[in-house]
Ligand binder design. Structure first.
Ligand SMILES: NC(=O)c1ccc[n+]([C@@H]2O[C@H](COP(=O)([O-])OP(=O)(O)OC[C@H]3O[C@@H](n4cnc5c(N)ncnc54)[C@H](OP(=O)(O)O)[C@@H]3O)[C@@H](O)[C@H]2O)c1
Length: 219
């Protein structure tokens, strides 16, 4: 049985990750801002009131987990808004940077003490953060923030390697959640792929950027 922590599990992909990992027997703890009915029904341990943009909140999370070892940490919490060149809302862009880029850095740094040699860290990022794969422009805040998340993950992979901790950057696919207005593959399929990628992650593959279906993505 592995101890797993997932951020942003009130709904969508995070909720489904929690469901599948709990079903296979892992000891799952999740964080959320407010527990949803679906999360409450799942019956996993929830640490509520955790906003990944807030230092005090994330330090409260570290306190709540003090002394507990984490085998797997999946930073899933994220947001998307759409800004075109004709509709640049810098507050919204900053908000995405706070949540999608600094959020994983803040959470993973705060929980370093809970990780050990052999622990695995996953950041749910997006291929929208790939510079090479950007063939359509727009989506300024989301693209910038996920490109930043990719850099956070690559640096963490280097910085945590000496401690024996591997880090994966994972794109879940286009998934039917609130974020996409329900368009895409079922969250259960995305979660299954993400779990397979976390299972396969080793120090040798640490720092990679992969699709949940198992192939490398361009940076
Ligand atoms: N859906 C896709 O097609 C797709 C594609 C590529 C990447 N992704 C990534 O996959 C991850 C999960 O997305 P999703 O599709 O499941 O979206 P979702 O259904 O909108 O869920 C987003 C989750 O993030 C949480 N969250 C948002 N802001 C937060 C904050 N400041 N602090 C803590 N938690 C916060 C939400 O909590 P609340 O309920 O409290 O708002 C919710 O649990 C995100 O990182 C997203 O960028 C999704």
């Amino acid at each position: 049985m592995r101890n797993v922590l997932i951020t942003g599990a009130s709904r969508g992909i995070g909720l489904e990750l929690a469901r599948q990992l709990a079903e296979r027997g892992d000891a799952v703890t999740v964080t959320c801002r407010e527990p949803s009915a679906a999360l409450t029904d799942l019956g996993v341990r929830s640490i509520t009131g955790i906003d990944v943009t807030d230092d005090a909140s994330v330090s409260g999370l570290a306190d709540a987990l003090s002394g507990q070892s984490l085998d797997v940490l999946i930073h899933n919490a994220g947001v998307l808004s759409r800004e075109s060149l004709d509709d640049l809302d810098f507050d919204r862009i900053r908000r995405q940077f706070e949540i999608n880029t600094l959020g994983p850095l803040r959470v993973i740094a705060a929980l370093r003490g809970n990780l050990h040699s052999g622990s695995k860290v996953g950041i749910v990022t997006s291929r929208m953060g790939s510079i090479e794969d950007n063939s359509s422009g727009g989506m300024y805040g989301y693209r910038i923030s996920k490109a930043g998340a990719n850099m956070v993950g690559r640096s963490l992979a280097h910085d945590l390697a000496d401690q024996g901790i591997a880090v994966a950057l994972l794109h879940p696919g286009m998934v039917a959640t609130d974020m996409t207005g329900g368009n895409g593959i079922p969250p259960a399929d995305a979660a299954r792929g993400l779990i397979a990628r976390m299972d396969a992650l080793t120090l040798d593959s640490s720092g990679g950027f992969e699709h949940a279906e198992g192939y490398a993505l361009p940076w």
